[in-house]
Ligand binder design. Structure first.
Ligand SMILES: [Fe+2]
Length: 301
């Protein structure tokens, strides 16, 4: 089982899967290792990092100071949801039609998880395997949009639609090969173009589906637009970026930077929020502040 613990709880004998905040240190950021010496554990505790992801099936668990979190139910929900998404995305990829009803069971279980225990659900979707990265990212963004929408007091029908928008926002990535999506090094111009085309491709796919909500279409097309007009695909200006697209941009980037990927160290929630608040012109700052409050109320770390 993978667990996130605060850096001060790191002990000799733990198996470290990832270190939060070590992205500037190429040595630490890529390693998965068993802590064999107390001196190394001490070095980690004193290194100024915030948290560590440990694998308790390969090393020591945390000491009894923290409450055990049972992730079994969340993992089952996620597994079933990924299967539904695989089939829905597969249909779309082959040009077949889908209806919103097909993703409704996923929305209702994500929605319930956000009511029951958002921390557990979001900590499990944070761990992205290479082949399921788009599905897990979609689930996570859907969950964050539901959580945030409820926090903002939006009506439940809009909250559910935002959840659907989160699930389908990256459907245009279906056409991007996995080796490009998972590429560790620099992308060349063609690859960047392919990635930047995904909102329009996704929007074209979803526009062909009957009864697709305007909010879902808007989020799909505009979740990479920025407040300062430097986003893509259309470089919309501040007043042109809708409330729903602003909300999606925050949830999308937050999940991307806090995800645990095989090749990069994740940011902690507070590092991500600090960076997002300081990132001039990219997000609606007032909304980011509300998002930070939403996560602290839900105790997501
Ligand atoms: Fe995207």
């Amino acid at each position: 089982m993978l667990k996130r613990i605060e850096a001060r709880r790191v002990r000799n004998g733990m198996f470290v899967e990832a270190i939060e905040g070590a992205w500037q240190d190429p040595f630490l950021s890529k390693r998965r290792f068993l802590l064999r010496r107390e001196a190394d554990a001490l070095k980690l505790r004193k290194s100024g990092i915030e948290g560590v992801i440990i694998n308790t099936s390969r090393g020591l668990d945390i000491d009894g100071l923290l409450i055990e979190i049972d992730t079994q139910a969340a993992r089952e929900t996620i597994q079933k949801s990924v299967q539904v998404l695989e089939s829905v995305f597969g249909r779309l990829q082959h040009g077949d039609g889908i209806s919103v009803d097909q993703v409704a069971p996923v929305i209702s279980s994500v929605s319930k998880s956000m009511d029951d225990n958002p921390t557990v659900f979001l900590s499990v979707t944070r761990l992205k395997s290479k082949d399921e990265v788009t599905f897990l990212h979609s689930l996570s963004v859907s969950a964050l949009m539901i959580l945030f929408g409820r926090h903002l007091g939006l009506d439940e029908a809009t909250v559910q639609t935002l959840g659907t928008a989160g699930l389908l926002h990256d459907v245009g990535k279906l056409e991007i090969p996995l080796e490009i999506l998972n590429k560790e090094g620099r992308l060349d111009e063609d690859e960047i173009k392919m990635i930047r085309d995904h909102p329009e491709k996704g929007h074209a796919i979803l526009s062909r589906q009957e009864g697709m909500s305007e909010i879902v279409l808007d989020v799909c097309l505009n979740h990479h637009e920025r407040i300062d007009g430097k986003g893509y695909p259309r470089r919309l200006s501040e007043t042109q970026v809708s409330f729903h697209a602003r909300l999606a941009a925050i949830c999308d980037v937050y999940d991307a930077v806090t995800s645990v990927r095989p090749y990069k160290a994740p940011w902690s929630a507070s590092q991500a929020l600090k960076w997002m608040l300081g990132s001039e012109g990219q997000f609606d700052r007032r909304l980011v502040k509300k998002f930070a409050l939403c996560l602290s109320v839900a105790a997501v770390s």
